[in-house]
Design a protein around this ligand. Structure first.
Ligand SMILES: *[C@@H]1O[C@H](CO)[C@@H](O)[C@H](O)[C@H]1NC(C)=O
Length: 456
């Protein structure tokens, strides 16, 4: 508030003939935007989607101009039996794994300007002043940035440069949170989140280029720490969904791709958490051991990379870390919330020699008992923002509670004629009408704000 007033006072001193321009990383266009459409010197206005253009450093040729963001769609196939599993028996050896400590300790998490600006624009569209003020506070809560197409990789460089500058200016150490999400034949068990690369068309080589491009950006900013969630849903699909032809067909490429990502990102010191689905997926008793075997086998095959810190759970999902009581949809699974899942999976991982540390997404887990089935994942009605990111997790296995999914970005369209329509987004517990995956879903964001628990 004080800072805002000071800025206003300063603005009034600026002579009227200075042409108005949006700041670096500020919004400069999009449907409903009435503000400045030009950017300050050194930046240019780049269209990120129909609703949002942003001032990014440099010329207008940045590849992000033609991409839309699709941080979307966690497939939550519930498999209580199946669990084919791909791990082979691996001798339980030492539990001492060469991990590098909790990466969040002592670091300030970088706020992605993209999400902060989406939130500010959304808050400004809310008329109720109380709700607007609450919505604005979300702009200060860190989320992960999803790199879901190769064209976005240069954007990581701009964020790292910004974080580096903020670090130098403040003397604080900065951490940038990213999601690595571009495997060929991505999201093999679902319809809504197909990726840009296909295995049949050079997809694995393209994926390696994508990883190389991330690495090239990261290498330039050795003072900024990067924490990455690796490939939501991919390995979990290999545990339970090999009966789906696209998943069995993708098995070798997923394993090679994730191994390559681990090795290359390890070489530049990126702290990694492999995605491990959630309690209602790999948390079923029959799936725990096959899951632990698969994670451990890949980790060993990659050479036990020191910066692989553990697993990420509940990404883009709605489970509580610690539920007051089991939601009826959990149907007798003892691992009915993330803490039970983590406590069950942790020892299985350790006995296989995999570093059993976790981060847990609680971004949209504020309200429980809102789903008809545990596998429902699309824009679930009545959800609220959850526990804020913190290293005060109450569990020695959990490094941090995080917000991986940027709340307010849509999970998938409810338009049944759309090419990427997934029936989950048309269920009675899915908020509708919903726009395309990754685009802003204002009504949903407003509900997340209203239902936030703890309250915003
Ligand atoms: C639904 O998708 C179809 C096919 O893309 C499109 O023609 C139609 O305009 C969409 N309807 C709405 C309400 O967005």
């Amino acid at each position: 508030m004080f800072r805002f007033a000071a800025l206003l006072a300063l603005a009034s001193l600026i002579p009227a003939f200075v042409e108005a321009a949006a700041p670096l990383y500020g919004q400069c266009g999009g449907i409903g935007w009435n503000g400045d459409t030009t950017c300050v010197s050194g930046a240019s206005c780049s269209k990120l989607n129909d609703y949002y253009s942003q001032c990014l450093p440099g010329s207008a040729t940045t590849p992000s101009t033609t991409t839309t963001r699709t941080s979307t769609s966690t497939t939550t196939t519930r498999t209580s039996t199946g669990g084919t599993g791909t791990g082979t028996s691996s001798a339980p050896t030492s539990t001492a794994t060469p991990d590098a400590g909790n990466p969040f300790t002592g670091y300030t998490i970088y706020l992605t300007p993209y999400y902060a600006d989406e939130v500010k624009a959304a808050a400004n569209a809310i008329t109720d002043s109380t709700q607007k003020a609450k919505a604005l506070t979300v702009a200060n809560i860190p989320t992960f940035t999803w790199f879901d197409v190769i064209a976005k990789t240069p954007t990581l460089g701009t964020y790292l440069a910004d974080a580096d500058a903020k670090s130098k200016a403040s003397g604080q150490k900065y951490l940038v949170q990213i999601v690595v999400y571009d495997l060929p034949d991505r999201d093999c068990a679902a319809l809504a989140s197909n990726g840009e690369f296909s295995i049949a068309n050079n997809g694995l080589a393209n994926y390696k280029t994508y990883i190389d491009q991330l690495v090239a950006q990261i290498k330039q900013y050795p003072n900024v720490r990067v924490v990455a969630v690796i490939e939501p849903d991919s390995l979990a699909n290999l545990v339970t969904n090999l009966n789906v032809a696209k998943c069995s067909g993708a098995q070798a490429a997923y394993k090679s791709g994730v191994t390559y990502a681990m090795q290359q990102l390890n070489a530049v010191g990126v702290y990694m958490y492999l995605d491990a689905g959630h309690a209602g997926w790999l948390g079923w008793p029959a799936n725990l051991t096959p899951a632990a075997q698969l994670f451990a086998q890949l980790y060993k095959d990659a050479g036990s990379p020191k910066f692989v810190r553990g697993l990420a759970t509940n990404v883009a999902n709605y489970n509580a870390l610690s539920a007051a009581s089991p939601d009826p949809i959990t149907q007798g699974n003892n691992n009915y919330d993330e803490i039970h899942y983590i406590n069950a999976l942790g020892p299985a991982l350790s006995s296989q020699g995999f570093p059993a540390h976790f981060i847990v997404d609680q971004g949209r887990s504020g309200v429980q008992n809102i789903r008809s089935q545990w596998g429902d994942w699309c824009n679930v009605k009545g959800a609220g923002f959850g526990t804020r990111p913190t290293t005060n997790t109450g569990s020695s296995l959990i490094d941090a509670i995080v917000w991986v999914k940027p709340g307010g970005e849509c999970d998938g369209t409810s338009n049944t004629s759309a090419a990427r329509y997934d029936s989950h987004c048309g269920l009675s517990d899915a908020a509708q009408p919903a726009p395309e995956a990754g685009t802003w879903f204002q009504a949903y964001f407003e509900t997340l704000v209203k239902n936030a628990s703890p309250a915003l």
